[in-house]
Design a protein around this ligand. Structure first.
Ligand code: PLP
Ligand code: TYF
Length: 397
């Protein structure tokens, strides 16, 4: 039965890890995958997470099945991070949240549900976007197209192009939006531009799907929720996927959530019953540990403060690395001004390096980046940054 099976292409980002691991050079640096590392080059175990895990281990909870939608305390905490503690949407019962297997799992459950809801709709993702967006929605059966987003000339958002495209789409089209810290470009919309996008979605009857994978990595929890809050005020129905992989450094625990804003409490009940059906036939119910830990951190005033401080620490270190990279490239007298790296938000920088230059960094220096020129700033540290700056300066010559 497998004789004619073809080799599938590797994930362009996760595939880099395999190549990196196989590289024997001690100076190698992996700037490919979007993971936050400490200045010591380690994936951190946050102190708030460690404390919550210790308490949980000591309590030795039984491991029964969770409800299909996951832990209620977790889902409530997620909704409060998104909409704010005093949100009218929450108190009116218009939102539903389910615990999902990371942001990816949330996107997939949302995509599968949307396919049942509106099978003829098309999905629009930003140009460029996280590679998996296209694959995920295609695997749910949708045709996926791009809307204009990045403008290489200004290194910002081609807002006029994006808005004009959205304004031309048929009602019911599904629009995937990066809520903050756009992956891969680091170019985000302004608050005023978000308001305009909300108005277009409203006028055209579009279905927004906000992907929130980096809440807290740009400015802070509430500031980074600006897109969610703008849609919340609009009265529109929309979807949100949340990921805590980065913000809690819990990548392997697969902690995420799908949230849907409906028109009423009664509607929310019906929608929830259908989303549960999707979950039931995928993985039945989510695992216990990661969600319980996040819920415990968010429920404790002390641990929550500790987490916010640790998250701020990650955010600040990334900014320091942006600044250092710009300075070190200037010291090496590269022709181009890399000041734009300071304006990009989140874990990544879209450097403008060509696929050939990225290839040279890999072969000549063992510095791994995505072929689009995306580098993970959160993988830079005080020990590897000079070497990385040398590599970039060399391939720019
Ligand atoms: N969405 C975006 C934009 C991402 O960058 C990521 C990164 O991993 C995800 C979703 C997926 O998150 P998770 O790793 O929690 O599945
Ligand atoms: O963009 C990134 O690097 C992260 C990690 O299929 C990631 O979002 C990359 C690819 C993938 C899953 C996660």
């Amino acid at each position: 039965i497998f004789a004619a099976v073809e080799m599938a292409p590797r994930d362009p980002i996760l595939g880099l890890n395999e190549a990196f691991n196989a590289d024997s050079r001690s100076t190698k640096v992996n700037l490919g995958v979007g993971v936050y590392f400490t200045d010591e080059g380690k994936i951190p175990l946050l102190g708030a997470v460690k404390a919550a895990e210790k308490a949980r281990l000591e309590a030795a909870p039984a491991r029964g099945y969770q409800p299909i939608e996951g832990l209620a305390a977790y889902n409530k905490a997620v909704a409060e991070l998104l909409f704010g503690k005093d949100s009218a949407l929450i108190s009116e019962g218009k939102t539903i949240t389910i615990e999902a297997l990371g942001g990816t799992g949330a996107l997939k459950v949302g995509a599968d549900y949307l396919k049942r809801l509106n099978p003829a709709a098309k999905v629009y993702i930003s140009d460029p976007s996280w590679e998996n967006h296209r694959a995920l929605f295609e695997s749910a059966g949708f045709t996926v197209e791009n809307y204009p987003y990045y403008d290489a000339a200004t290194r910002g958002v081609n807002f006029a192009g994006m808005k004009a495209c959205l304004a031309s789409l048929p009602a019911g089209s599904i629009i995937v939006l990066h809520a903050c810290c756009h992956n891969p470009t680091g170019a985000d919309m302004t608050d005023a531009q978000w308001e305009e996008i909300v108005a277009v979605c409203q006028a055209r009857g579009l279905v927004p799907f906000l992907d929130m994978a980096y809440q807290g990595f740009a400015e802070g929890i509430d500031a980074d929720a600006v897109a969610v809050r703008a849609f919340s005020k609009s009265g529109l129905q929309f979807f949100i996927s949340s990921s805590f992989s980065k913000s809690f450094s819990l990548y392997g625990e697969r902690v995420g959530a799908l949230t849907i804003v409906t028109a009423s409490k009664e509607e929310a009940g019906r929608v929830m019953s259908q989303v549960k059906r999707v979950v039931r036939t995928n993985y039945s119910n989510p695992p216990t540990h990661g969600g319980a830990v996040v819920a415990a951190v968010l429920a404790s005033a002390e641990l929550r403060q500790q987490w916010e401080d640790e998250l701020a620490g990650m955010r600040v270190r990334i900014r320091e690395m942006r600044k250092a990279l710009v300075e070190k490239l200037a010291e090496r007298k590269v022709a181009q001004d890399f000041g734009f790296v300071m304006k990009q938000r989140g874990m990544f920088s879209y450097t403008g390096l060509s696929a050939e230059q990225v290839e040279r960094m890999k072969t000549e220096f063992g510095v791994y980046a995505v072929s689009t020129g995306r580098i993970c700033i959160a993988a830079l540290n005080s020990k590897n940054i000079d070497y990385v700056a040398d590599a970039i300066a060399a391939v720019l010559k």
